[in-house]
Design a protein around this ligand. Structure first.
Ligand SMILES: [Zn+2]
Length: 240
């Protein structure tokens, strides 16, 4: 592990220790459910502590964007029988937006990640997020957009140029269209404005779309936020 990681306020080994040290009970609709997966407890981090870890990790990535020498064999062994991810990330499939790296060089068993072009939430992604919260006990969901997103640009081109796309691409980007229409006349970069608006709307809809997520969020056990990653600077900016 590099010195940057060792000095981080919440290091990977500390997270693993925290996860093994306690069990939290997640309340939903008056029914306490013991969150567990494969015979182990979830993370002990609160939503705000998880968010702080993501922020410090991104700062580390921006300051010293060299790959950490993670002890992957040790991590793999530690989490083989049990996972306790401390944040759920919904982000784009774009190859330049790998969550484990842009949040500071996290290894195996830390982030619960769902990716698709445009960081949208369909049934599969919604179920994935529900599983992360209800079964694995992940306390934080981040809908992470990024600048210069191709899927978002495709949606913007539908709005401005009536563009069409082959296969399932046109159908896939349809959920972005309301966000594009909403910010079309705003100053600034149309594609990036749309990416931000779409991410905010997606995060805002999660609690409404899922009684599970809404229930956890209502009790303070889960926080759902949106953010955008800048491809040029590496900085993750939070939108809420
Ligand atoms: Zn993208």
């Amino acid at each position: 592990m590099c010195s940057n990681c060792k000095n981080d306020a919440i290091g990977r080994r500390d997270l693993l220790k925290l996860g093994a040290a306690s069990i939290i009970a997640l309340g939903l609709g008056g029914v306490l459910r013991q969150a567990h997966a494969a015979n182990g407890p979830p993370t002990a981090l609160s939503p705000d502590e998880a968010l702080a870890a993501l922020k410090s990790g991104n700062e580390r990535y921006v300051r010293h964007p060299k790959l950490c020498s993670i002890d992957l064999a040790q991590q793999r062994s530690a989490v083989a029988g049990h996972q306790a991810p401390w944040a759920t990330i919904i982000t784009c499939a774009d190859s330049r937006v790998p969550p484990e790296l842009i949040f500071g060089g996290h290894g195996v068993g830390e982030l619960f990640v769902a990716r698709n072009a445009g960081n949208l939430v369909d049934t599969a992604t919604l179920g994935t997020v529900e599983y992360g919260a209800a079964v694995l006990g992940s306390p934080l969901v981040v809908v992470l957009a990024h600048t210069s997103c191709g899927a978002v640009k495709a949606a913007c081109d539908v709005v401005t140029k009536n563009a069409t796309y082959p296969g399932a691409i046109g159908t896939m980007i349809q959920p972005i269209l309301p966000a594009a229409l909403a910010v079309q006349k705003n100053p600034g970069d149309f594609v990036n404005n749309t990416a931000k608006e779409s991410a905010k709307r997606t995060a805002g809809r999660l609690a409404d779309a899922s009684t599970l997520i809404g229930g956890f969020a209502g009790t303070g056990k889960l926080k759902v936020i949106s953010a955008i990653y800048d491809l040029q600077t590496g900085v993750v900016s939070y939108l809420d």
